[in-house]
Design a protein around this ligand. Structure first.
Ligand SMILES: Cc1cc2nc3c(=O)[nH]c(=O)nc-3n(C[C@H](O)[C@H](O)[C@H](O)COP(=O)(O)OP(=O)(O)OC[C@H]3O[C@@H](n4cnc5c(N)ncnc54)[C@H](O)[C@@H]3O)c2cc1C
Ligand SMILES: *[C@@H]1O[C@H](CO)[C@@H](O)[C@H](O)[C@H]1NC(C)=O
Length: 180
């Protein structure tokens, strides 16, 4: 039986309603399905900032490192990587480069293979957050926190004015100090 005028209008309305709902659904599904946050932009940024903070400052991951010889060898190698990283960080870093260094330092701490060292160093980072605004800020901060660890372990304090010379690694810089 052919649709009457009224039922034709009902079918047309139903099709339009379905199309409308589909558009709404497709639009919504581009945002993460999270009913707890009403506005799409600000809460989303907040959410990723929160999960980022948890990622960077969560619990120390490695188990205890019982072997004192291995612990000291690891420490010397790790400090070398850290200080050399700071010494080669840009003098004028971009925001992206600053965030990269900040994340690196925090994840280096979380994943440091000596669990009890990582746990202690986490407290050092909470008190003295990484300085990432420039090479000299990063290098000075690195020297300072190494001294915090030195002091705790009963080691002599390092003179941080010497930090520039100590980690001039002769890596073949793109910024030569002398011409020719
Ligand atoms: C993040 C971290 C946490 C640690 N936590 C612990 C811990 O809880 N317990 C533990 O037993 N060990 C810990 N260690 C290891 C410890 O710091 C030493 O690396 C290890 O005891 C060997 O000491 P070292 O005397 O050979 O010299 P290191 O402290 O390893 O230093 C290596 C060299 O770096 C230079 N140096 C010294 N101080 C500074 C400074 N302030 N700035 C720049 N350069 C410097 C000196 O030339 C020194 O010889 C940790 C290491 C790291 C990287
Ligand atoms: C402790 O670590 C050192 C250095 O890695 C290693 O030579 C030594 O065999 C280790 N000792 C034990 C008991 O595993």
């Amino acid at each position: 039986m052919l649709p009457t005028g009224i039922s034709r209008r009902i079918i047309l309305l139903a099709v339009l309603a379905l199309a409308f709902v589909s558009v709404l659904y497709l639009g919504a599904s581009r945002e993460p399905l999270d009913a707890t946050h009403p506005g799409p932009l600000e809460p989303k940024r907040q959410e990723s900032a929160d999960s980022n903070a948890v990622l960077l400052t969560g619990h120390a991951i490695a188990p205890k490192l019982g072997n004192a010889t291995a612990k000291a060898e690891l420490g010397r190698a790790a400090w070398k990587v850290l200080h050399t990283t700071f010494a080669r960080f840009p003098k004028k870093p971009t925001d992206d480069e600053k965030e990269a260094l900040r994340s690196f330092v925090h994840l280096f701490q979380r994943l440091y293979p000596c669990g009890e060292c990582a746990e202690h160093f986490g407290k050092v980072l909470a008190k003295y957050p990484p300085q990432v605004s420039s090479r000299s800020a990063a290098a000075g901060w690195g020297c300072f926190v190494h001294n915090v660890v030195n002091k705790r372990l009963g080691k002599p304090e390092f003179n941080c004015e010497d930090i520039g010379d100590a980690y001039d690694c002769g890596c073949g810089d793109e910024e030569p100090k002398t011409k020719g």
